[in-house]
Design a protein around this ligand. Sequence first.
Ligand SMILES: Cc1cc2nc3c(=O)[nH]c(=O)nc-3n(C[C@H](O)[C@H](O)[C@H](O)COP(=O)(O)OP(=O)(O)OC[C@H]3O[C@@H](n4cnc5c(N)ncnc54)[C@H](O)[C@@H]3O)c2cc1C
Length: 380
Amino acid sequence: MRIGIIGTGVAGSLLAEGLAGFDVTAFERVAPGDQAEAGTGLNIGPNALKALRLHMPARHAALREASLPWHRWFVDLTDGTRLFDLDMRDVAEEPGLRIRWSELYRLLRAPVAGCTRNGHALEALEEDAAGRMVPVFRTAEGLRREGGFDLLVGADGRYSRLRALAAGEPEGTLLGVCIWRLLVTDAADCPYDDYGQWFNGNARLLSFRVPGGAVYIAGTFPLPVEGQIPEAMKTAEAQRALFTPAEGAPCPAVAWMLDRIAAHLPDIHWARSATVPVLRHALGGRALFLGDAAQAMVPTLGQGATQAVECGVVAARVLRAGGDAAAVAAARDARVDFVRDFSLAASDTLLPPADVVAGTRKKMGPEFLGRLRRLYTEVD
Ligand SMILES: Cc1cc2nc3c(=O)[nH]c(=O)nc-3n(C[C@H](O)[C@H](O)[C@H](O)COP(=O)(O)OP(=O)(O)OC[C@H]3O[C@@H](n4cnc5c(N)ncnc54)[C@H](O)[C@@H]3O)c2cc1C
């Protein structure tokens, strides 16, 4: 069986590595080494680490080596009042990790460089006389065809071209939340380390250190559901007002972040939080979708890249054993439904009229922690 993988991000790279020895070619639109110095940071959940530890131990070791452990998760108000404090080992078998985006891609792409064609952006889809899919790529030299494939895997992210070509452009659902992200590299004086969140009303800062003396900061605030992000919110003054408590001063951690936001405003990446309906396969099973291409979810529990890891690991296992796209769906979809529902439910405090103090304290209760334990450990 000839397999073509579109996109060597998280899911695509892991799938290509897991299918070593099979007839696999991966196609990636960016050049080799692209994103090496760019991008922000991210946290990957203990569930992805467990999947890698069980099935791809070399990749587990490489990621651990290049990252910081995610041991602790706390939630404060922006005045410093503590609402939630969790030792990750209470709900997981191992810590998660914190890493720079560029480093994650470098480590996942390196082992599959030999089977990857860079500078190939999927543009169109044709069929050969034998009924095999023929992807058409835009390259620097013009359009290129690489022959027919029995299975094409769309691991090309949230705006998957393969999914649009095979099943139509999916309709996204907006959560009604703006999310911005920033990587601060001059962060030696940052007054905190592990994963923290700070609320002022429903507006929230999230931040942690990543390797190389850098700090990742993400901010969210409510938006009218169909609304654009107002330009007036993209100023240092507006962000300072958003996260400054009504009474008193911001705590030192928040004061530090507000200064960094002001200093690095042009580097901030602004987006609206959205989901798309899950689609695992199309074209009679000849197109399979993994990661964000299949299941883009709200980022509240940091499960986007984490679930893409699970997807790559599980799909490789299923396809190696002779399974098809339907078998991957059987192995993945119930788990993905659970994670998407949980991520959405956990977003409650990001939206009015939720009471952040009551809602966050409730998350230290057995119901939320039980679901978190399921999320972080139910991987085989
Ligand atoms: C700034 C930012 C911060 C994030 N932070 C977090 C976080 O902290 N935690 C978390 O879990 N998730 C986070 N996410 C979400 C996370 O990025 C995604 O959920 C995750 O990368 C999905 O992995 P994937 O393998 O499905 O796709 P991606 O990692 O997006 O990879 C898709 C790949 O396909 C390639 N590609 C795209 N189109 C084509 C085409 N037409 N032809 C060929 N190749 C193509 C791309 O170049 C890329 O290499 C963040 C997202 C962003 C944008």
